[in-house]
Design a protein around this ligand. Structure first.
Ligand SMILES: Nc1ncnc2c1ncn2[C@@H]1O[C@H](COP(=O)(O)OP(=O)(O)OP(=O)(O)O)[C@@H](O)[C@H]1O
Length: 330
């Protein structure tokens, strides 16, 4: 469905000269620096896969998604999306892809959601039948009917993401690019969004490339993960394998009702303590969160308990530190 071969994108930036009249001097003899945002990456995505496309800030994720969407032209290399070269045939590509950018909406801010959907229906030339059928699916799975008459600016973030997903999917794209679709959304709304993404992938075989900083999104949705850093693919493989090799530790955060002297959690190491709040690291292969919660819940008065996954940045650091083992997981 997606084929990327030795893809590279360079940006040319004017080197700022220092001092008085620097702007004028730049006009006559500008010097440039080259930023290689994507540096010779290759990967394939098969039809029906949900692939996590992750990496630290500035790794090159958005730049590659923009090339796959046809917004940017590559400096070199080859890419195809379902047989189409995106930058050569932007219109045909737009008809087969959908995109949701968590940080910004493609909906009209001041009009009710349903009006935005009607406008997009016309733009994408969606037939009345297809529009009606999809609206029923969105009402059913996203509960769109509960807020479709509300202007976008009045929606909660979770509702806005659901509306954006509906907008991205109403022309039945084969591929969906999701860039931080759960960012800033509360835990219940996140779960709804994930259920919907799983459902459209299973029911309609939509291929998904998902960019996220939330490791739970990856855990719950993806079987495969591509990690990029400094424009290069540093890992391409199963989520399970990387979790077992590098992401074995999780953090249990406990907030106690009152201070307890010598508070400890079996099979977990205390890594941070701030008054009644404690952070314990444990190995997910040696202890399960539910075991730990049952054990301490019965012994101590607890106000709050959460389990944190390792952060992407930490995962990337671990990959570099374990370069010797990298070949085992690639
Ligand atoms: N139009 C541009 N001109 C110059 N440099 C750019 C441009 N777009 C991106 N870059 C640079 O290319 C690199 C990769 O950026 P990109 O936005 O693709 O990263 P990202 O992985 O999506 O990061 P984030 O998670 O922060 O969105 C960064 O160093 C960025 O500053």
């Amino acid at each position: 469905m997606i084929s990327v071969r030795h893809l590279t994108k360079e940006f040319k930036r004017v080197k700022r000269k220092e001092g008085f009249l620097s702007g004028v001097r730049n006009l006559f003899s500008a010097e440039y620096t080259i930023k290689r945002a994507v540096d010779d990456i290759s990967f394939e995505v098969r039809e029906g896969e949900i692939v996590g496309y992750i990496g630290p800030n500035g790794a090159g994720k958005s730049t590659s998604i923009k090339m796959l969407s046809g917004i940017l032209v590559p400096t070199s290399g080859h890419l195809e999306v379902n047989g189409i070269v995106p930058y050569k045939d932007r219109k045909a590509n737009a008809r087969q892809i959908g995109a949701v950018f968590g940080q910004k909406t493609q909906l009209w801010w001041d009009v009710p959601v349903i009006e935005s959907l009607r406008l997009l229906k016309d733009i994408y030339k969606v037939s009345d039948r297809q529009y009606k059928r999809n609206l029923e699916i969105f009402n059913d799975l996203l509960e769109l009917d509960t807020f479709c008459q509300t202007p976008v600016r009045q929606l909660s973030l979770g509702q806005r993401m659901r509306a954006d997903l509906a907008a991205a999917l109403q022309h039945d794209p084969k591929i969906l690019f999701l860039d931080e679709p759960t960012i800033g959304v509360d835990i219940v709304a996140k779960e709804k969004l994930r259920t919907f993404i799983r459902e459209i992938n299973r029911e309609f075989k939509v291929t998904v490339l998902l960019t996220t900083h939330d490791m739970w999104d990856i855990e719950k949705l993806c079987s495969r993960m591509l990690i990029i850093d400094h424009g290069q693919v540093i890992y391409d493989g199963s989520v399970e394998q990387i979790r077992d090799t590098y992401g074995g530790s999780r953090t249990l955060v406990v907030e106690l009702e009152e201070e307890v002297a010598d508070f400890s959690v079996p099979r977990a190491e205390l890594v941070k303590s701030e008054g009644r709040k404690k952070w314990f690291r444990f190995n997910r292969l040696e202890a399960s969160p539910s075991d730990l919660i049952t054990q301490i819940g019965g012994r101590y008065p607890i106000v709050d308990l959460t389990v944190e996954e390792p952060e992407i940045e930490q995962l990337v650091r671990s990959i570099y530190q374990g370069q010797g083992r990298r070949t085992e997981v690639m």
